[in-house]
Design a protein around this ligand. Structure first.
Ligand code: 13P
Length: 247
């Protein structure tokens, strides 16, 4: 069975609610005819109501960029899966490398967040990927294996069916250095082999992320292994993200 491509925006810490509204006014007409491809925008928490309202009835779904694993409680500053779901989110990113680097995210907390999100009825984009020094030391495969075993392998097959994996080599994020399509496909094959060994026949979509732009998306998507993109910088501009969606 063909895997449906997913083009997902990760806005990171950009845009106000007013800017979110303007983005969708410009973006939705440009992608309304996008066929055979799912589109998601993962926005900062404060922008989610504006995004959900603007995208209602369209072919674009909305998600968060993180969540906490408890349903509710004394956890100042945190947001839970049921809260995102109640707002109208359909998905959430977990384990982005920026959360791993700057906010203490570990494979263990990735697994907790992923399970909590699935329990709340959200699809999860789980991020993995190696740092530059790890790639240069020839450790890419070992890093992906460790991240898979610690952050993903503990899911049940039913839970695993609710996730999408995003391979984002850290050295390619925001640097303008994209992994070549072949490098990305190689890493995707490593992940797919790990997934097949753990979960057998469950098909998983694997996105590539890291300096995806309108002018390199086609070459990346030409690889059978690449099922879509997780886009940072180039997703902030409606015309540029629309070009990626309509590659
Ligand atoms: P850039 O597209 O800005 O490199 O960011 C990629 C990313 O981190 C998406 O999650």
């Amino acid at each position: 069975m063909m895997r449906t491509p997913l083009m997902a925006a990760n806005w990171k810490m950009f845009k106000t609610p007013a800017e979110t509204k303007t983005f969708f006014e410009n973006f939705l007409p440009l992608v309304k005819d996008a066929k055979g491809c799912e589109i998601a925008v993962c926005a900062p928490f404060v922008d989610l109501p504006a995004a959900i309202e603007a995208a209602a009835g369209s072919n674009v779904t909305i998600g968060g960029q993180n969540l906490y694993w408890a349903k509710e409680g004394a956890f100042t500053g945190e947001i839970s899966g049921p809260m995102l779901k109640a707002l109208g989110c359909t998905c959430v990113i977990v384990g982005h490398s920026e959360r791993r680097q700057y906010f203490g995210e570990t494979d263990e907390t990735v697994l907790k967040r992923t399970k909590a999100a699935i329990e709340a009825g959200l699809k999860v984009i789980v991020c993995v990927g190696e740092m530059l020094n790890e790639r240069e030391a020839g450790e890419t495969e070992a890093v992906l294996k460790k991240q898979f075993e610690g952050g993903i392998a503990g899911l049940t097959p039913e839970e695993f069916a609710q996730i999408v994996i995003a391979y984002e080599p850290v050295w390619a994020i925001g640097t303008g250095k994209t992994a070549t399509p072949e490098m990305a496909a190689d890493a995707h094959r490593v992940i797919r082999t790990l997934a097949a060994a753990q979960f057998g026949g469950v098909e998983v979509r694997i996105l590539y992320g890291g300096s995806v732009k309108p002018d390199n998306v086609s070459a990346l998507m030409a690889q059978d292994e690449i099922d879509g993109a997780l886009v940072g910088g180039a997703s902030l501009d409606p015309a540029s993200f629309a070009k990626i969606v309509n590659f």
